[in-house]
Design a binder for this molecule. Sequence first.
Ligand SMILES: [Cu+2]
Length: 123
Amino acid sequence: MNKTVYIIITLALIVVIAIIFIGGTTSTQSVEIKDGVQYITIDAKGGYSPQITEAKGGIPTKLIMKTNGTYDCSASLVIHSVGFQKILPQTGETEIDLGTPKAGVPLRGVCGMGMYSFQINFS
Ligand SMILES: [Cu+2]
């Protein structure tokens, strides 16, 4: 009986670790170039994901902030370098025009309280 419980817990742990691992690798596909415009997607819920994004500089870029039942302060987003300061909808997508970012100048976004942040590196 005890052995069975042990095996079930071990299997459950393996599944959880696998999900976290797969989730971590898929989040690297957050940059997409369509018709000469670079789209960067960042999820906002209990912080920002991915926290660091590698993107290309020198091309028109749009940032898409995705919220999904986001009731925490990561919905209140500030991006100083483009003068953006808004409360994101609790669920939805917000497109932010980043213009044409220069290579070597990272962009940082922070929540209204400065608790959560993300960074986009342009190269
Ligand atoms: Cu915050």
